[in-house]
Ligand binder design. Structure first.
Ligand SMILES: Nc1ncnc2c1ncn2[C@@H]1O[C@H](COP(=O)(O)OP(=O)(O)OP(=O)(O)O)[C@@H](O)[C@H]1O
Ligand SMILES: [Mg+2]
Length: 251
């Protein structure tokens, strides 16, 4: 599915009634089955843009179109992996993954079957009866992704999903996400502060300015997967994006 962000601006009410502009005139087209990453200074509006794309926040101006239809509230077609949407601690891993299917009214035998399949894909077989606190952070993050995937979203919005992980776990989660992307072809909008991660995963990297976020740069990462993090080409992309971020930071 394609997702179009059309002329999106956002202002939040600030102290003393002075509005805080967070985004200014964002136009972005996420083509079907493309992997796009947003990168930009802290506070430039990345999370705000994802919330708007998800239909969780109404923008001050502009609109979001999913295959031509306006998104005005959350829809199962758009899956979210946000750190603030933690797992349900009182539910087992299998019950966490089944949650979305339960909400959709899928019958128990069917949703169990689908959840088990996702457990296999996320390499969590054997942990179905565990509770989230009994899993490592990387495993919990895989459960969160499996829970999102259970609803078969065609668009997935991910806000720094691997930000809290150590670098080894992070690398293996990136490989897992790429495999999933290859198998299922969702449209992905991903946010990270990590340039290496952006170059490893994305087909397109969008560079935002300091707040209020405006689109300043678009990098097309023309490297075949799997990508070699230490290759010359990989490093050239890294340098290009790093230089962009430095320029933006200095204003
Ligand atoms: N609910 C809110 N109410 C008021 N202001 C907000 C709200 N959410 C975000 N903001 C403001 O909007 C701006 C953008 O915030 P946002 O969280 O989108 O940035 P970000 O790019 O995701 O930052 P980070 O990289 O640190 O996660 C910030 O100045 C922030 O203070
Ligand atoms: Mg954020």
């Amino acid at each position: 599915m394609s997702l179009i962000l059309e002329n999106i601006s956002q202002e939040y009410p600030g102290p003393g009634g002075i509005p805080t502009p967070a985004l200014d005139g964002i136009n972005l087209e996420l083509k079907n089955a493309r992997f796009t990453t947003l990168i930009g200074p802290s506070g430039c509006g990345k999370t705000t843009l994802l919330k708007i794309a998800a239909g969780l926040t109404r923008p001050t101006a502009g609109r979001v179109l999913l295959d031509g239809e306006e998104v005005s509230h959350p829809t199962p077609k758009i899956g979210l992996v946000f750190q603030e949407f933690a797992l349900f601690p009182w539910r087992t891993i299998l019950q966490n993954i089944e949650f979305g299917l339960e909400m959709q009214g899928v019958k128990p035998s069917e949703r169990r079957k689908q959840a088990r399949e996702l457990l296999r894909k996320t390499e969590l077989t054997g942990f179905e009866s565990h509770f989230p606190r009994q899993l490592s952070e990387g495993m919990q993050q895989r459960v969160a992704i499996a829970r999102t995937l259970a609803a078969h979203p065609r668009v997935i919005l991910m806000d720094e999903p691997f930000g809290a992980l150590d670098s080894q776990t992070r690398n293996s989660m990136q490989e897992f996400l790429l495999k999933l992307f290859r198998d299922e072809h969702p449209t992905i909008l991903f946010v990270t502060h990590n340039i290496d991660e952006a170059v490893f995963l994305s087909q397109t990297v969008i560079g935002l300015s300091q707040r209020p976020g405006r689109i300043r740069a678009e990098f097309s990462i023309d490297l075949a997967h799997p990508r070699e993090r230490t290759s010359l080409e990989f490093n050239n992309y890294r340098r290009e994006i790093l230089e962009f971020l430095d320029r933006e930071r200095k204003g």
